[in-house]
Design a protein around this ligand. Structure first.
Ligand SMILES: O=C(O)c1cc(=O)[nH]c(=O)n1[C@@H]1O[C@H](COP(=O)(O)O)[C@@H](O)[C@H]1O
Length: 281
């Protein structure tokens, strides 16, 4: 295990305890859905995300800005500014850059520099399809979190992730979970993505990975069931820990009016409380 202080995993342990929340608010600023006041404004994307973050910061265990929403709008500078703002204002809340990168080692080195040095994220999502040498460059950044796609929340995830890949008939997503937990995670930096839309698979993954943190998108707009998700992903005797359960659109676009921040807070509060209730069952 990595013993350097304030690692992503340690940040998570502290924030689960101090905030009493497993909610991750996803920052996916869709230009078509931004409230009118931000449309066409030079730093409208940054300002929208900042206001939602300020309205929900006491309710979350992490924030997860999604890279594509910024890059498609030529708003990488606003993403940099947003992560800097979040880290300065809420240093106890880990920021996950969701960019789902995956490439050969020499290129992955630059994706890792992008995530951890340019953007200053605490963790990044990565695609394991190209194997360990495509993940290794991220692990060289001691203490940073590397969140590997395992069983994704989308329906098409089954196309490949369910293929049986071992003589014993193990599906690919469980093979990824095993590799990640038993071979790749020598420094304790790895977490896995499993979708809230597939609670049975969350339980299978949890059984393999022990106490490894899970990023679980798919509640809210994708319809994942909160009770089933929390029950499947819980760590025995450690209720309220082990999961970053993401909701983006249901919180960000709870209202398209001038009350968007208040409405986002209301949905975030309901979601955090539903997650807490489920954990206490
Ligand atoms: O890695 C992710 O965050 C991710 C993995 C996955 O399997 N499914 C998934 O929806 N996501 C991301 O989680 C967010 C879900 O957004 P909502 O469906 O609006 O809550 C989006 O930013 C997705 O890109």
């Amino acid at each position: 295990m990595n013993l350097s202080s304030n690692t992503f995993t340690q940040q998570l342990q502290s924030v689960w305890a101090s905030q009493g929340s497993m909610l991750c608010v996803g920052l996916d600023p869709d230009p078509k859905r931004l409230p009118a006041v931000f449309q066409g404004k030079p730093e409208g994307i940054f300002e929208f995300c900042r206001e939602v973050a300020d309205a929900t910061a006491d309710l979350v265990c992490s924030f997860k800005p999604q890279f594509a929403y910024f890059a498609s709008q030529r708003a990488e500078a606003q993403l940099e500014k947003l992560i800097r703002y979040l880290k300065n204002t809420y240093p106890h809340i880990p920021v996950i850059l969701d960019s789902k990168r995956g490439d050969i080692g020499s290129t992955a080195e630059h994706y890792a520099l992008e995530a951890f040095e340019r953007y200053g994220a605490d963790a990044v999502t990565v695609n394991p399809y190209m194997g360990f040498d495509s993940i290794e460059p991220y692990l060289k950044f001691a203490g940073k979190g590397v969140i590997v796609l395992c069983r994704t929340s989308n329906p098409g995830g089954s196309d490949l992730q369910f293929l049986k890949v071992t003589p014993s008939g193990e599906p690919l997503y469980l093979h990824v979970a095993k590799l990640a937990a038993k071979e790749w995670n020598t420094s304790g930096q790895i977490s896995l993505v499993v979708g809230a839309t597939f609670p049975e698979e969350i339980a299978q993954v949890r059984a393999i990975v022990g106490e490894m943190p899970l990023l679980i998108p798919g509640i809210g707009a994708q319809g994942g069931d909160i009770d089933a998700t929390v029950s499947a992903g819980s760590i025995p005797k450690k209720a309220g820990t082990g999961m970053m359960i993401n909701s983006s659109r249901a919180i960000l676009y709870a209202s398209s009016g001038s009350d968007f921040a208040e409405a986002a807070r209301k949905v975030a509060l309901q979601t955090r409380d539903a997650l807490r209730l489920a954990a206490d069952k």
